[in-house]
Design a protein around this ligand. Structure first.
Ligand code: CAA
Length: 286
């Protein structure tokens, strides 16, 4: 199989990341089935994708009409639809919960042909562990997109212990068709991007907790002082404080070093339900 054999992609999970991945897949010409157990999530994803496509069109960044891209979509609230859709590739983008992911991969492994390539968009969970829930560890890979997926140029590819060279090539080919540039990471907690990004975000919560500066000054300082598009606290709100916390917890547990210990203030925000942009309040109010 080569990457040109990939015609249809099943995306599981219609949250922010899943919707973005489905969108760039459809923009690349793949047929897409987007599955989410919640109809409300599918409706929200569809509205978000339509809005994003309209924005890209307005800016001259989309050659086709948005309706042509939308015509490549199918939507379903049950994984059982995957069998009739018969994709060549699966990208899982549900929440960072090992047992939820396990259930999905076990079900899909039984439903889909053995040659179908499985990918997870996990931001920190071991790809080797996720692959072990299937009988196709050689055809399993990490495909880590960045948020907002339609705008961010990177995909981080993660090879598990048994990922084959062929599958690594196929997944890279698919990512490149989506207009992305790839970097490859070994399978260690946090991979490359979050291993470096999360300690910076975590430190910004320590700095805020120590009252070294206001949230606005911390963010403005990093924005103007180091040319980042948004400061680390605003970025944490954008990613989701619960997501940041769970990535740091995985890194702390598996890498075993105190430098990954989540800042108490970050945990407090999460305990308070202030998860960032998605809940309307995090470090900032939206
Ligand atoms: N689709 C299409 N257009 C979009 C969009 C989307 N999904 N999201 C935003 N835009 C558009 C906005 O509508 C806006 O359009 P106008 O110029 O017409 O108003 C334009 O993009 C710029 O947006 P903003 O004015 O809101 O803000 P900005 O100039 O700061 O750009 C940003 C937004 C691209 C998100 C930029 O701030 C940025 O690059 N931030 C850093 C993002 C980042 O680091 N992401 C990685 C996080 S880590 C991760 O994802 C992995 C993990 O595991 C945690």
């Amino acid at each position: 199989m080569s990457d040109s054999h990939i015609k249809k992609i099943l995306v599981v999970g219609a949250g922010q990341m899943g919707a973005g991945i489905a969108q760039v897949s459809a923009q690349a010409g793949f047929g897409v089935l987007l599955v989410d157990a919640l109809q409300a999530s599918l409706d929200k994803a569809r509205a978000g994708i339509e809005k994003s496509l309209a924005k890209l069109k307005e800016k001259g960044l989309l050659a086709e009409e948005p309706t042509e891209v939308m015509a490549r979509f199918k939507w379903a609230s049950s994984l059982s639809e995957a069998k009739t859709f018969a994709p060549q590739m699966v990208i899982e983008a549900v929440s960072e919960n090992l047992s939820v992911k396990q259930k999905i991969f076990e079900e899909l492994d039984a439903l889909l042909a053995p040659e179908v390539v499985f990918c997870s968009n996990t931001s920190s969970i071991s790809i080797t562990k996720l692959a072990s829930f299937t009988k196709r560890a050689d055809r399993f890979m990490g495909m880590h997109f960045m948020n907002p997926v339609p705008l961010m140029k990177l995909v981080e590819l993660i090879e598990g212990l048994s990922t084959s060279r062929e599958v690594s090539r196929i997944v890279r080919g698919a990512a490149e068709r989506m207009g992305k540039t790839c970097v490859v990471s070994k399978d260690r907690a946090g991979f490359i991007i979050n291993r470096i990004l999360m300690p910076m975000i975590n430190e910004s919560f320590f700095v805020l907790g120590e009252d070294l500066g206001t949230a606005e000054d911390i963010d403005l300082g990093m924005k103007l002082g180091t040319n980042q598009p948004m400061g680390p606290l605003a970025l944490a709100d954008f990613i989701g404080l619960d997501t940041c916390l769970s990535i740091l917890e995985v890194m702390h547990k598996y890498l075993g070093e105190d430098k990954y210990r989540p800042a108490p203030l970050l945990r407090q925000y999460v305990d308070a339900g202030r998860l960032g942009k998605k809940t309307g309040i995090g470090v900032y109010a939206y």
